[in-house]
Design a protein around this ligand. Structure first.
Ligand code: ADE
Length: 357
């Protein structure tokens, strides 16, 4: 239960007819990414299993005339958690309000947004694992009973205020499902992991984006970009733009396999989609720490990167591609990682690795 004191330093006052709470901290989504986002399931490529489940859930909610259960999406960044939320909203014909946990610092931030919702609307909270305790406790009754439970006044004169909220759907997104508290996790009716995309799926994403941007691209060109996109549509879309710059300036504007590969070579994105930071990370572990294991703090300090960027951006794909391994004693480069960098794995290291496996 959220506690609001009389002298409330939350800056919130209730007036009968005219509450002064406004929805703040709502992000308006007008980036390049949002301009090419699919708006319905037909144009949304990949995540087939998730799509099939959602279609049924949405139809059932519509038939019952009830809002959707609260949903939690988790997985590495760039796989389309916000995009799926947008598709759900447009398929349900409702508004979506997008915010992220770090923007909900003060209790009034979350209260303001909850009070601004209308029936059936979707509230999307990105990075939901970063919600603070107070905001989380405000969310519990809001999610469960659609109420805001608040106490005003001090001890003896304290009054409990129970404000009804319209029935809404919360969609939470996180790269770290494990960091969500269990009471919060338990209040989601559905929890889904988003998977990395296949090269074929990414090539479709690339072709769709090229069409929206009115770029000419061959099938081979799309596959070449897809192969270096680390299983991630956000990266594929960024690479389409970068490669199209090269195609326009250095070639005849058409993106084919050669144009794509040469541009990506110049951008130092290799055949696995690794960039300079990824290679620096693998090289560091090999050259300075005999292939590992080495702790994440040491790696971050040596690369002058923050731990979060390494954990959330670099590592998920290096692990998935089998180039890196996470062990209780730290990170190790796998034989595949050595091979990828063209470095021979010392036999002693190879033996250690085989022992772990
Ligand atoms: N752009 C980003 N993600 C996409 C997806 N899953 N399908 C189509 N276009 C996309």
């Amino acid at each position: 239960m959220a506690i609001i004191s009389d002298d409330n330093n939350l800056g919130i006052k209730f007036e009968k007819k005219n509450p002064i709470i406004k929805a703040e901290n709502i992000e308006y989504d007008n980036t390049f990414e949002s301009s090419i986002r699919p708006k319905d399931f037909d144009s949304y490529i990949g995540q087939t299993a998730l799509k099939e489940t959602l279609k049924i859930t949405l139809e059932a909610a519509k038939k019952r005339g009830k809002p959707l259960d609260h949903l939690l999406f988790y997985g590495p960044p760039g796989l389309g958690k916000t995009t799926v939320a947008g598709v759900i909203a447009s398929q349900m014909g409702v508004e979506i309000k997008i915010t992220s946990a770090p923007a909900l610092e003060r209790p009034r931030d979350i209260i303001g947004i909850l009070m601004s919702l209308k029936g059936g609307e979707i509230l999307f909270i990105d990075e939901i694992h970063r919600l603070n305790k107070v905001a989380e406790e405000i969310l519990y009754p809001a999610m469960e009973d659609f109420t805001l439970d608040m106490t005003t006044g001090k001890s003896q004169t304290a009054k409990t205020l129970r404000i009804p909220l319209p029935k809404f759907t919360l969609i939470g997104a996180t790269t770290k499902a494990g960091e969500l508290s269990s009471p919060l996790r338990d209040r989601f009716g559905m929890i889904h992991r988003l998977e990395f995309y296949t090269v074929e799926e990414l090539a479709e994403v690339v072709k769709r984006t090229a069409k929206i941007l009115e770029l000419e691209i061959t099938n081979d060109g799309a596959i070449a970009i897809a192969m270096r996109s680390r299983g991630t549509p956000r990266i594929a879309n960024r690479l389409v733009k970068r490669v199209s710059d090269f195609a326009i300036v250095k070639y005849d504007g058409i993106i084919d396999k050669n144009v794509a590969n040469e541009s990506l070579d110049i951008l130092k994105i290799d055949e696995f989609g690794l960039d300079n930071t990824d290679r620096a990370l693998l090289n560091l572990i090999i050259n300075k720490y005999d292939g590992g294991p080495v702790g994440i703090e040491t790696i971050a300090a040596a690369l002058s990167e923050d731990i979060k960027t390494i954990e959330d951006v670099c590592e998920p794909y290096l692990l998935q591609a089998g180039l890196l391994q996470r062990t209780p004693r730290g990170r190790k480069v796998s034989p595949e990682g050595y091979r990828h960098l063209g470095i021979k794995m010392p036999s002693q290291q190879k033996k250690l690795f085989e022992d772990i496996l």
